[in-house]
Design a protein around this ligand. Structure first.
Ligand SMILES: [Zn+2]
Length: 328
């Protein structure tokens, strides 16, 4: 059988379009893994041994919450909050307690605009309980998960309605900022020597402050890309380049470098802030639980049911459509 050149061309086009359409992830899988990994090294002596022993788990499962978006419709709003959807007289009038927020805005509205900071608070309480109960599996699961949600709250476009530039003709900017730049520059140029985790006297205020910072930076994220796109040759903005060993169409290296330069280190600053925040949340939950010894927990492992649940999650993520907002 001979294959016509037309068929070959069509096949190549289809292959290319498939390669360009892979979803981008909140902070990207790459950055989420990196944040959970580096957070471990900020922990105090009473914690670092346990967390180091399970560092591969914390890395691998840093992305479970994004996979869960394919299995659970309630999941998506936990990753963002559209701060520009709220008209409030001043920051302090934003209800930090979930029941007050429900009372004021209603549950449907909250789920529509995202619930990240309230969800993080709930996860913090769960982590504290897991430490109190000395439940190693729960400590690890919640640590990996909360690391994800805290990091997402540091991403400016997770605090904006225009989360993927869809309102301003900048579709794709979400993954550009949080995936493309870290993948291109984090390992080679970002500084991840950060110091130590801090005990957070007011964790709720702390995470809300990070969310407000994100909301304030969203404008710059969008404006800088807009400005750059007006100056940069349109045909050089995208290129077929290697990504994880596969050739994909993506923002070109030149365009990415230029955008990174215009942002003046913003992605690195937010990644560093994420690492500090994640470690500090883990540490704060441990202190609030009375600093239980974690050495005795190291022998405990996950159950067969856990493995089955992870396999099922993986399967849904690979085969199903996302339920709710994703970042591509
Ligand atoms: Zn996410």
């Amino acid at each position: 059988m001979t294959i016509s050149p037309f068929f070959i061309r069509i096949s190549l086009l289809l292959a290319c379009s498939v390669m360009t359409m892979g979803p981008a992830w909140c902070w990207g899988f790459y950055a989420h893994r990196m944040i959970n990994y580096h957070a471990v090294f900020l922990l105090p002596p009473g914690m670092i041994g346990f967390y180091k022993r399970h560092i591969s788990y914390l890395e691998d499962h840093a992305v479970d919450p994004d996979k869960r978006r394919y299995a659970l419709k309630e999941e998506a709003p936990r990753h963002y909050i559209d701060m520009d959807s709220y008209v409030i007289p001043h920051r302090d009038s934003m209800p930090k307690r979930w029941d007050h927020a429900v009372e004021r805005f209603g549950i449907d509205s909250l789920h529509r605009h995202g619930i990240a900071p309230w969800w993080i608070e709930r996860m913090r309480l769960r982590l504290t309980r897991a430490f109190r109960e000395r439940n190693a599996a729960q400590i690890l699961k919640i640590s990996a998960d909360i690391g994800h949600y805290i990091s997402d709250a540091h991403v400016p476009l997770h605090a904006s309605r225009n989360h993927n530039g869809q309102l301003t003709g900048q579709h794709g900017i979400h993954g550009f900022w949080e995936s493309r730049i870290p993948e291109r520059f984090a390992e080679s140029t970002f500084d991840f020597v950060i110091g130590r985790a801090a005990y957070l006297e007011r964790p709720t205020d702390f995470i809300w402050a990070r969310v407000w910072e994100s909301a304030a930076a969203a404008d710059t994220v969008l404006r800088m890309e807009r400005r750059l796109s007006e100056q940069y040759p349109a045909d050089a903005r995208f290129a077929f380049e290697q990504r994880n060993g596969v050739v994909v169409r993506q923002y070109s290296s030149g365009y990415t470098a230029r955008y990174h330069y215009l942002l003046q280190g913003m992605v690195e600053r937010r990644m560093r802030a994420s690492i500090f925040a994640v470690a500090s949340y883990w540490y704060t939950a441990w202190v609030d639980a009375g600093q239980p010894s974690l050495d005795a927990l190291s022998g405990r492992t996950f159950t067969a049911a856990d493995s089955t649940a992870w396999d099922a999650l993986d399967m849904r993520w690979r085969t199903d459509a996302a339920l709710g907002r994703i970042c591509d």
